[in-house]
Design a binder for this molecule. Structure first.
Ligand code: URA
Length: 207
């Protein structure tokens, strides 16, 4: 499994702000947005570029653009806090949405929203979800993408638990992970330790 941990000092600083229980929602969202920029920047490091001639005021030179812009897929609700920043960095990207709720009987993630292009073959996909905890939601999301032909999927997560990384690995799905940290473990309530608490609640306030 390709797991890229972005441990740049600025990423560590923003993640520390997010972890700190004293950080309020506005500051948490701001840190999440800044960290998202760094994660997307790293995730697209090897993106294919197209070269075309451009003219500076002085001379002709090579110009570059993304040859195959990715589809951005925030997973509702917590992934919404990453969507605008990702789009700011890749304005030519399209955005789809996946909404998952937990079925309280089966405890399985159940989709209530799949707003995605029908055909994803040949298209890189960046899934945005701040927390890779058990990995259940991420596996479910990636299956939905693979059913549409995706073969190049990157999970962009501010934090990951080893259990979630293992679950993705065991799934055999075509995915790599870009994260700012792989933390110690999950606790008995399914929270990442040390983690940052419930990302959605911290972004938007508990509802
Ligand atoms: N989801 C969260 O928001 N936080 C966790 O620690 C685990 C899952």
């Amino acid at each position: 499994m390709d797991v890229r941990v972005v441990d740049h000092p600025l990423a560590k600083a923003r993640l520390s702000t997010m972890r700190d229980a004293r950080t309020n929602s506005a500051a948490f969202r701001a840190a999440l947005q800044e960290l998202t920029l760094m994660l997307i920047y790293e995730a697209t490091r090897n993106a294919e570029v197209a070269v075309e001639p451009i003219h500076t005021p002085v001379a002709r030179t090579d110009g570059y653009r993304l040859a195959n812009p990715p589809l951005l897929v925030p997973v509702l609700r917590a992934g919404l806090g990453m969507a605008d920043q990702a789009h700011r960095l890749i304005p030519e990207a399209q955005m789809g949405f996946v909404g998952l709720a937990r079925d309280e009987t089966t405890l399985q993630p159940t989709p209530y929203l799949e707003s995605l292009p029908a055909d994803l073959s040949g298209r890189p996909v960046l899934v945005l979800d701040p927390m890779l905890a058990t990995g259940g939601s991420m596996v479910h999301t990636i299956r939905i993408l693979v059913e549409r032909g995706a073969t190049d999927v990157t999970a962009i997560c501010t934090l990951a638990a080893p259990e979630g990384v293992r679950k993705l690995e065991d799934s055999g799905l075509p995915v790599r992970i870009v994260t700012a940290s792989v933390d110690e473990r999950l606790n008995e309530s399914g929270y990442i330790v040390p983690g940052l608490g419930d990302a959605g609640d911290r972004e938007y306030g508990a509802v």
